[in-house]
Design a binder for this molecule. Structure first.
Ligand SMILES: Cc1cc2nc3c(=O)[nH]c(=O)nc-3n(C[C@H](O)[C@H](O)[C@H](O)COP(=O)(O)OP(=O)(O)OC[C@H]3O[C@@H](n4cnc5c(N)ncnc54)[C@H](O)[C@@H]3O)c2cc1C
Length: 225
């Protein structure tokens, strides 16, 4: 598995020691989440849109209504950037200046491709569904012809990507501020899946599927498969 080569765009310049380009590190951050922010420009106006994604191999899939401006614009070969962020804690320093956040984030650049082949589209939607809610593609009803036509699927090849990671305590432990009587440290943050909440109109007797039951209580920002 070859690593990403830093490019003019992806070379981390600010605090470069936090930059990473190992493919497995990029994949781990993508696989730990399912919400990204998509940046693109329409008529000189930048937009940043939160949306779901899935990864399969070296491809990131994005989907949505064929009527969405984001999907329509990006289908036309417009360059985009995609970011995925996980916040792991607040870094509380002695000085306000040194406060920070512990995080893992990935940034991808590229020009997506509209997937039009039916089999490829189904496979891509399967990857996206399984990335977000593993087990649901085989459990829930799959898209019919009409639903498929209403859905656009974009494939973004993972060619140009960077990761930035901050871990550890505040940076002012060895500064003159260390003498201050100010508590300093990290307040960790971890989202976790909660107990499933059945649809109030769900008929009695439909059991919770094991693949969903298994998620309850588990941390949300780690890979689930
Ligand atoms: C949750 C969170 C909170 C943050 N809060 C702040 C803040 O308050 N103030 C602040 O200045 N910065 C913050 N950062 C860091 C911020 O994301 C940038 O890395 C930083 O601002 C430097 O920006 P720049 O344009 O100078 O980056 P440069 O180093 O010039 O960026 C060059 C290239 O490095 C890569 N890169 C840069 N940042 C990231 C990243 N975060 N993830 C993946 N690749 C990256 C990209 O490929 C980018 O094109 C935060 C990051 C996260 C994840």
């Amino acid at each position: 598995m070859s690593d990403f080569t830093p490019t003019e765009r992806t070379q981390v310049k600010r605090l470069p020691k936090r930059g990473k380009y190992e493919r497995e590190t990029v994949f781990a951050i993508l696989d730990a989440g399912f919400v990204c922010h998509v940046g693109f420009i329409v008529d000189g106006q930048p937009y940043v849109i939160p949306t779901n994604y899935g990864r399969s191999g070296d491809t990131v899939y994005l989907h949505g209504s064929a009527a969405s401006r984001m999907l329509r614009t990006l289908s036309e070969g417009v360059p985009m950037s995609v970011t995925v962020t996980h916040v792991d804690g607040l870094v509380l320093a002695r000085s306000v200046f040194e406060h920070a956040v512990n995080y893992r984030s990935a940034m991808i650049f590229g020009t997506p491709r509209l997937v039009t082949d039916r089999d490829e589209k189904l496979a891509g939607l399967r990857s996206l569904t399984e990335h977000i809610a593993p087990g649901q593609w085989d459990y829930a009803r799959r898209p019919n012809k009409k639903e498929l036509a209403k859905t656009s699927l974009l494939a973004l090849s993972l060619d140009e990507a960077s990761v930035k990671i901050r871990t550890g305590p505040p940076d002012d432990g060895d500064s003159p501020d260390a003498a201050l009587e100010v508590w300093a440290g990290v307040l960790p943050l971890a989202a976790a899946w909660q107990a499933p909440d059945p649809d109030p109109v769900l008929p009695a007797g439909i059991p919770l599927p094991p693949h969903i039951a298994a998620l309850a209580g588990r941390p949300a920002s780690i890979p689930r498969t």
